[in-house]
Design a protein around this ligand. Structure first.
Ligand code: AKG
Ligand code: FE2
Length: 114
């Protein structure tokens, strides 16, 4: 589990809360106190994930992309800062054992997905 605290920032365009990354595990379940999470689509455009009170955000990580043989993508994301408010996010990071080799499920290997 990771607890992230982003203080308010007078010039959010000059700073980043958390730089672009993908999560290494299978699934991340995230709770955010305010809007601030952004995800990148296939054309490399950024989209704000709306804040919905009480909602949890579920993101797929690198291990899920590998297990699904690329059918599901690990989503690049980042956290931006806010002029007025401090923001807190709580990330529950789920992963396979780090010393275990992860590979695609055999059922998902075919001519198009080798
Ligand atoms: O604070 C956020 O919304 C993102 C946190 C995050 O990406 C992480 O902890 O891996
Ligand atoms: Fe993340």
């Amino acid at each position: 589990m990771a607890v992230n605290c982003y203080p308010s920032c007078p010039e959010p365009n000059l700073a980043l809360g958390m730089p672009t990354h993908t999560d290494y595990g299978t699934l991340t379940i995230l709770n955010q106190s305010h809007q601030g999470l952004e995800i990148m689509d296939h054309e490399k455009n950024w989209h704000t994930v709306p804040y919905i009170e009480g909602a949890l955000i579920v993101q797929l990580g690198d291990q899920f992309e590998v297990i699904s043989n690329g059918r599901y993508k690990s989503i690049p994301h980042r956290a931006i800062l806010n002029v007025q408010r401090k923001r807190i996010s709580i990330a529950s990071l789920h992963s396979m054992q780090l010393d275990k080799k992860v590979g695609p499920a055999p059922e998902l290997i075919d001519e198009q997905h080798k």
